[in-house]
Design a binder for this molecule. Structure first.
Ligand code: ADP
Ligand code: MG
Length: 578
């Protein structure tokens, strides 16, 4: 055989050999691991990837801004215990997504941010590539783990590492850097298939040490005024039955943190939500389950915790969390499902519930506070105040307990959290650990996609602005999302006046803005509601129809206080002119 004929035969064999490439391997790897939804924004170098993923049966949701896609992915992780996937372009797209990745990490939500990036050899020599940026280095300090894949044959391992890092132990955000060249890299299909990894037991159970369970039960037994605090880690764990049993068998009042509301219904006889200050002050033993003693709990000390000595038991998957703010006398390290089951077993069959002096005092305080609030929730004022508007939304959630409530704002957040009772686990999703604005539309979209349930987003007018353009996304995908904007013409309030010139004051917006018309621009339903009655009718219609709806709820511009309930966090100038 001549050399020419020989090479022609080799080429024919090569042509017959089935090939795959980076695009396909990433898609196959995602699907193999049950990651069937991508939240993102297309662009160079991932535009074709999105199309191909969609053609391959992955649900690809295109957003208008990466931050909102990232928030969607983060809450998808919280709701499903699988990493939410966000896909962005390089440099600016990556940076936009990064806020959400850091948010996922801070909130302990599993998420993978996948960003296309520029070519290493150009980036590393800083030769000015298209959207040049050393993304991996920038992502590292802001997430739980960060990986880069350079070769098609490493895609399987790269994704496996990302999945494990996101969901095992304390969940968090993971960054996966995919340089543009990787997508087009070709390899033998059979070898490619073999290189993929089906991640087995990505978040293995972490069984607590028996001594730690015994120690915790001993402390609990010694308590006269015990309290259980449930955090969003407890909601995330999906150990709902075990947690309910623990509360009911122990007979201990429980205080749900914002996103743990509904784990047991807020109307449960042991719920201390409406007696928060009393239980924090007067309890003697506090058992934290998936809740951190961070700023949201005044770091476990100070005025709100009262003067009586207190002992803390903490259940958490992260050993380093213990003693982070105050001494934890009984750390229980493990996953919440395993820890709570072990506690239940250890309690045996004749556990003594706390004295009725304590539970009775808590119940009494709760009833007093609920009764005090009740008449304010029934007003039909126009323009509305917060209580009138929230009173009707409270009833709507009571009648539709499987709806997902998204909530952000300052006063809109603080008041809705207290007023609206939740009845089912993981139905309330909100600003989380940082108390950030901007999660609204991303969370709403992911909640609708991941759960198939109707979504009610209760939004401050300022908070809504951070993700408002995604109403187009909601209309485009025809999602059953009803957005209610508490429109008081500004941040905190709409009444500030600039005394030094003609510009508006920094905290006010256009007066009488009609957010409902934004929705109409995209074919959704827009309603302006000026009284609680009108609001109620509009929300019920939206929830019945499942049509994307935005209700502009006209509030009194004077309603609202500075920074809601956390005005104390604002520094004050001693020199400020009155
Ligand atoms: P909240 O803000 O509702 O109080 P945090 O976000 O402060 O809740 O706390 C959640 C805690 O739950 C974190 O410390 C995290 O490590 C822990 N956590 C998350 N998932 C699990 C799990 N499956 N098992 C045990 N702990 C968990
Ligand atoms: Mg406002």
């Amino acid at each position: 055989m001549s050399a020419t004929v020989q090479s022609m035969t080799a080429n024919a064999a090569e042509a017959e050999r089935e090939l795959t490439d980076g695009f396909n391997l990433i898609i196959d790897a995602l699907k193999l691991n049950g990651l069937n939804t991508i939240y993102g924004v297309p662009g160079i170098p991932i535009t074709d990837f999105g199309r191909m993923a969609q053609a391959a049966g992955i649900r690809v949701l295109s957003f208008r801004h990466e931050q909102n896609a990232g928030y969607a992915a983060s809450i998808a992780g919280f709701l499903t215990k699988k990493p939410g996937v966000c896909l962005t372009v390089s440099a600016p797209g990556f940076l936009n997504g990064l806020t959400a990745l850091a948010h996922a990490t801070t909130n302990c939500f599993p998420m993978i941010l996948i960003s296309g990036s520029s070519e290493r050899e150009i980036v590393d020599l800083q030769q000015g590539d298209y959207e040049e940026m050393d993304q991996l280095a920038i992502a590292k300090p802001l997430c739980k783990a960060a990986f880069r894949v350079l070769h098609a044959q490493d895609i399987g391992i790269g994704l496996a590492r990302a999945i494990r890092a996101a969901v095992s132990g304390r969940p968090g955000g993971v960054y996966l850097d995919l340089p543009a060249k990787l997508f087009g890299q070709v390899m033998d299909a059979e070898a490619g298939k073999k290189s993929l990894v089906n991640v087995i037991d990505a978040a293995p159970a972490q069984i607590p040490a028996p001594e730690s369970i015994k120690r915790a039960l001993d402390v609990l037994k010694s308590a006269k005024k015990p309290l259980i605090i449930l955090g969003k880690g407890a909601a995330y764990a999906q150990a709902d039955d075990a947690i309910r049993q623990l509360v009911e068998k122990s007979g201990i009042p429980f205080l749900p943190m914002s996103m743990a509301k509904g784990l047991l219904p807020d109307t449960h006889p042991l719920c201390a939500g409406a007696a928060r200050s009393t239980v924090l002050k007067d309890s003697d033993v506090v058992m934290l389950i998936g809740a951190r003693l961070n700023w949201l709990l005044s770091h476990g000390k100070g005025k709100s915790w009262g003067n009586a000595p207190k002992k803390f038991i903490q259940i958490d998957i992260e050993p380093k969390e213990m003693d982070s703010n105050v001494e934890i006398v009984a750390p229980v390290v493990g996953d919440i499902g395993s820890c709570v089951s072990a506690l239940l077993t250890g309690m045996g069959s004749n556990w003594a519930t706390p004295s009725s002096d304590w539970t009775g005092a808590v119940a009494k305080k709760r009833e007093e506070n609920v009764a005090k609030m009740a008449p304010r929730l029934m007003n039909n004022n126009s323009p509305m105040d917060y209580h009138g508007a929230l009173g009707v939304l409270r009833t709507i959630i009571k009648e539709r307990p499987d709806a997902i409530l998204v909530n952000e704002g300052a006063n809109t957040l603080d008041l809705a959290r207290g007023i609206i009772d939740m009845y089912q686990p993981r139905k309330r999703i909100d600003v989380g650990t940082w108390g950030i604005m901007g999660i609204g539309m991303g969370y709403s979209i992911a909640a609708a996609i991941e759960t198939g349930k109707p979504v009610l987003a209760i939004e401050g007018d300022s908070a809504f602005g951070f993700s408002g353009m995604e109403v187009e996304t909601i209309c485009r995908y025809k999602l059953p999302v009803c957005i209610v904007i508490f429109n008081n013409d500004g941040i905190y309030r709409g009444t500030d006046v600039n005394k030094a010139g003609s510009d508006p004051a920094p905290t006010v917006f256009v007066k009488g803005a009609r957010y409902d018309r934004m929705m109409e621009a995209f074919g959704g339903v827009g309603v302006s509601a000026t009284s609680p009655d009108e609001l109620k009718r509009a929300v019920n219609a939206a929830m019945d129809s499942g049509k994307p709806t935005l209700i502009n709820a006209v509030l009194d511009p004077a309603a609202g206080s500075e920074s809601g309930r956390i005005g104390n966090l604002n520094p004050q100038s001693a020199l400020k002119k009155k």
